[in-house]
Design a protein around this ligand. Structure first.
Ligand SMILES: C[S@@+](CC[C@H](N)C(=O)[O-])C[C@H]1O[C@@H](n2cnc3c(N)ncnc32)[C@H](O)[C@@H]1O
Length: 337
């Protein structure tokens, strides 16, 4: 490319990317896609349904049209695009908006202070320890939204994991940091011989038990309440840690890997899945920004590459460690005891 071909367009687009992001996050917060779940609405009906002032309403809904999140017909009625109808309507089982609601409510503010976090190395979320779960969970509504949001993010990973791991070679599964239990539910639904459950902080118990009961799996999956730093992990043939390690600092990460190793049966497997940074540390922007999110939100958390995790697992004693992509954004690292 010659100097005369250069334009600043990409820089400007990137720099103002927060405007598009916040337009989507506010639409999720206001329930725009849920309001349209039963059918198209005109400007005034949609505005009233989601409770916004007339001044910004037309630009807001038309911005969503321009982002291909809504359509508008020639009578001026707005409707969901198929993607938003499936994934952003709160009444749908595939709803992924819980994580976006969490990002909007908890992360957007602290990200406004990214520069401060970079200058000081200190979280901007009010976190005191490495991560802040106990504080979030004191608010029941936040707890329910976070747990539901995590299921939205876990489901595609769990479905892929149900297909591509040799479950027939193992009988028991414990998911560490299980939230509502989406992962063990999807695996146990696909493999009738699997038993076990999920381990998480005590406030998650009734959400887990309700969710597992709704899927008819209460006889095979149970909740193990505990603090994974203070308590031993339940024994199992397969232990899963999904999107757990990134919350913690290096010594905490290694302590968790060691606990998993101790809890596994001989020949058992640990499956770690995360949004991994590429080993060359050059291309995976989503991995780097996830790690910056840990900087802003936690006292010591950071994301990592498959090579980083392999080295830590090797240090703890795992063997035959392999990295495999699961979805477009998440990969797993499997190590054997
Ligand atoms: C980022 S979420 C990941 C949830 C799920 N595995 C997923 O992939 O969607 C981290 C989970 O770890 C749990 N957790 C955090 N601190 C914990 C602790 N000290 N002991 C047990 N679980 C903990 C949280 O409650 C939460 O469910």
């Amino acid at each position: 490319m010659s100097a005369s071909d250069l334009t600043p367009d990409r820089l400007v687009r990137l720099g103002f990317g927060f405007r598009e992001s916040k337009t989507l996050l506010s639409a999720v917060e206001l329930g725009v896609f849920t309001a349209l779940g039963e059918g198209a609405l005109d400007l005034d009906d949609l505005r009233q349904r989601v409770g916004i002032h007339s001044r910004g309403a037309r630009d807001f809904f038309d911005a969503l049209v321009s982002l291909d999140l809504l359509t508008r017909d020639n009578k001026g009625c707005y409707a969901n695009t198929p993607m938003c109808a499936q994934y952003l309507d709160r009444t749908k089982p595939d709803y992924v908006g819980g994580e976006l609601e969490f990002a909007n409510a908890r992360q957007f503010g602290p990200w406004g202070k990214l520069t401060e976090a970079l200058r000081t190395g200190a979280p901007q979320s009010g976190a005191r320890g490495t991560a802040n779960y106990a504080a979030y969970y004191s608010d029941r509504q936040v707890l329910e939204n976070v747990a539901r949001g995590m299921s939205g993010g876990t489901r595609p990973v769990a479905d892929r994991l149900a297909e591509c791991f040799p479950w027939r070679d193992h009988n028991t599964l414990i998911d560490i940091g299980t939230a509502q239990g989406c992962l063990p539910v999807r695996i146990a639904s696909a493999h009738a011989h699997i038993t076990g459950g999920g381990f998480d902080l005590p406030p998650l118990r009734d959400l887990f038990e309700t969710y597992v009961g709704q899927h008819g799996l209460s006889d095979r999956l149970r909740f193990f309440a505990g603090d994974f730093f203070a308590d031993p992990l339940p024994p199992a043939d397969v232990i899963v840690m999904g999107r757990v390690l990134h919350n913690w600092n290096l010594s905490e990460k290694i302590a968790l890997l060691r606990k998993a190793y101790d809890a596994l049966s001989e020949g058992g497997a640990l499956i770690v899945y995360e949004r991994l940074i590429d080993d060359e540390r050059r291309t995976n922007t989503a991995g780097f920004t996830a790690s910056l999110n840990m900087l802003v939100m936690t006292g010591g958390g950071f994301d990592f590459s498959g090579a980083d995790c392999k080295a830590w697992m090797k240090e703890v004693g795992f063997q035959r460690i392999e990295t495999t992509p699961l979805t477009a954004v998440q990969s797993m690292i499997v190590g054997r005891k």
